[in-house]
Design a binder for this molecule. Structure first.
Ligand code: KG4
Ligand code: ZN
Length: 340
């Protein structure tokens, strides 16, 4: 075996996905994700159930990641884990496990910021996948976050805009819930939107200063709109589902693209990379591609499995920190909120 090979075990447990991944020199050998179905019953993530499920999943998930990578645990060079942000109970499971395994194997421990990892997922070594050049703008859009960040270097990032209330994924999921769709409703809104008219029901966009976002007003607007329509026609939702979904999606995409345009104009940066579960949305993908010829953007969207919560992105940050020997020690603790 080449002694220069660096094998990083990444562990992610910040929300409702338990994930473990092995990267060798930035290349993914395995990326196992156990998603927790239990939350579907409750229409959202229940923190107590999430941490319990992480406890059940963590050993088999890590075991499978090591096996699928075809390595022995004695080969692992370092362990990278999500320190935060996220749900405290969930973070504690990954953090404690990472600490004990690093201690048992006597290898370095690397703490990772989950939001930085979503951004640095763009540097996972994938055949034929180009990587963004610095500086670039990163927009992370998920069920928990909505952020625009200037990325000057791997670990030199500045948040220039974020949500002041709901995250964009919540706007999708809560609107879907109002329409009677199961959790998480984002992908279903996307599916129905594809056969609907995006201009059928105009929803007003919120006015938020600067590069910040707000999505709670949209959720309320959808609620009042649907309640009013259903009062007049009890079959309104079934008869208009595609058009309502298309209109909601159109409004959300417009909000995101407007802020990206503003951020690009203010910073003069035209390289734009997105990440987080909502970047799977067909509307945002189309709008970004349009931005390439409309505004001269160069856009980057990672492979789907590296956009939603996953441990490969955690291991990627681990690899980058390993190269600069940025290790942590056993005094490290999980943090529900972090700032980078
Ligand atoms: O990154 P992620 O898997 O988990 C975190 O929230 O961190 O993102 C999940 C979010 C959910 O809100 C889900 O509804 C949304 O991403 N989502 C979508 C689509 N696929 C996933 N939203 C809109 N369109 C999609 N195709
Ligand atoms: Zn995430």
């Amino acid at each position: 075996m080449n002694s220069k090979n660096v094998y990083i075990l990444g562990i992610e447990s910040s929300c409702d996905d338990t994930s473990a991944s092995i990267l060798c020199n930035g290349k993914v050998l395995s990326n196992i994700i156990a998603s927790q179905k239990i939350h579907e019953l409750y229409g959202g993530v229940v923190p107590e159930l999430a941490s319990r499920a992480h406890q059940q999943n963590i050993v088999p998930v890590i075991d499978q990641a090591i096996k699928q990578a075809g390595i022995d645990k004695s080969t692992i060079s370092a362990i990278a884990f999500t320190k935060g942000p996220g749900l405290m109970g969930s973070l504690l499971v990954g953090t404690s496990f990472a600490k004990s395994l690093a201690l048992a194997l006597d290898i370095p421990l690397i703490d990772v910021d989950h939001m930085q990892a979503h951004i640095l997922a763009h540097f996972i070594d994938e055949e034929g996948q180009e990587k963004p050049n610095f500086p670039f703008l990163a927009m992370t859009i998920s069920g928990g976050h909505t952020q625009i960040v200037i990325v000057k270097d791997y670990f030199d990032m500045e948040i220039i805009g974020e949500t002041i209330d709901d995250a964009v994924g919540e706007a999708f999921d809560k609107s879907a819930k109002i329409l009677g769709l199961p959790y998480p409703g984002g992908p279903l809104i996307d599916k129905h939107a594809q056969s609907g008219n995006p201009k059928a029901f105009p929803f007003t966009k919120p006015r938020v200063d600067g590069l910040n976002f707000s999505f709670s007003g949209l959720k309320t607007a959808v609620l009042y709109f649907v309640q009013k329509q259903v009062k007049e026609n009890p079959d309104f939702i079934t008869e208009n589902l595609d058009d309502v979904c298309a209109s909601i999606q159109y409004t959300i995409i417009n909000i995101l693209i407007d802020k990206l345009k503003k951020a690009s104009k203010e910073t003069g940066i035209k390289t734009i990379a997105i990440g987080g579960g909502v970047s799977a949305n067909s509307g945002i993908r189309k709008a970004l591609k349009e931005g390439e010829y409309k505004y001269g953007w160069k856009t980057f969207i990672p492979k789907f499995e590296y956009t939603t919560d996953n441990a490969a992105m955690i291991a990627m940050v681990g690899q980058l920190k390993y190269e600069i020997k940025e290790f942590t020690d056993m005094s490290v603790i999980a943090q529900a909120r972090t700032k980078f």
